[in-house]
Design a binder for this molecule. Structure first.
Ligand code: MG
Length: 247
């Protein structure tokens, strides 16, 4: 009774190697297995930042931020979020960053009456203080395409408009590759950005032509790692749940 079972077990063990290599060691599947390095373990809790992220706002205070002219960040913290105080100027992280993955949640004001185009829910996330990913209420709010939400301002139109209605929380997930400069200050490689807006791809490894300009063509000037800057554009835009992973 036992003999057939044993024979079957031997066949199961022996068959894959024989079948796949045909006796040729170069066809051994183990030759293309790479076991090192072993990726670090990152915990990904459902309602918190990944375990290796730097949390830039956890709902409580703006201690990771400062005003653009120095001193405490002058924006208002309430209910687990913070909101632009119009006229108080922008805020920036105390830490400097180069290549990053960045998660930011934002919300434009529910009240839109009297505000159109660039005046409706305008703020912005400036990578390295110089390169703006536009924050705007682009829900049924026409403006120039390279200035709408998820545009790289005046440089790159988003692939689609994934905007939610005013007053709803939205998210950007960003992969930012900083520009590289030579010792002499020449551009070695331009900045690149990938952005998901509410989970939808809107910038696909977009190459930037230089720092954001309101007027005229963009160009590069050499710089190092720099803070993340949030714009005060006179709209009461709110932010929450901001974290960054250095790449
Ligand atoms: Mg803006």
């Amino acid at each position: 009774m036992n003999k057939p079972i044993l024979m079957t077990a031997c066949l199961v063990v022996a068959t894959p190697a024989l079948a796949q290599t045909g006796g040729d060691p170069s066809r051994d599947p183990a030759r293309t297995e790479v076991w090192k390095p072993v990726p670090a373990v990152v915990a990904t809790p459902r309602d918190a930042a990944p375990s290796d992220a730097v949390v830039l706002f956890d709902g409580k205070d703006l201690s990771a931020w400062e005003g653009e002219q120095g001193g405490a960040a002058p924006w208002a913290v309430a209910d687990g979020a913070f909101t632009v105080v119009p006229g108080s100027k922008g805020i920036r992280t105390k830490r400097r960053f180069c290549d990053i993955q960045l998660h930011v949640e934002w919300r434009t004001p529910t009240e839109t009456k009297g505000f159109d185009g660039q005046q409706r829910g305008n703020s912005g996330i400036f990578l390295q203080e110089l390169y703006e990913l536009q924050v705007l209420d682009s829900y049924d709010n026409p403006t120039y395409s390279n200035g709408q939400a998820a545009s790289i301002y005046k440089q790159s139109i988003p692939l689609v408009n994934a905007s939610r209605a005013p007053g709803e929380w939205q998210a950007y997930d960003i992969v930012w590759k900083a520009p590289r400069f030579s010792e002499g200050g020449g551009l070695v490689s331009p900045a690149r950005i990938t952005v998901l807006h509410n989970g939808v791809l809107v910038q696909d490894d977009t190459v930037l032509s230089g720092k954001t300009e309101y007027i005229g063509a963009p160009s590069y000037s050499p710089h190092g790692c720099a803070p993340i800057y949030l714009q005060d554009h006179d709209s009461r835009v709110s932010y929450r749940n901001i974290w960054v992973r250095e790449l």
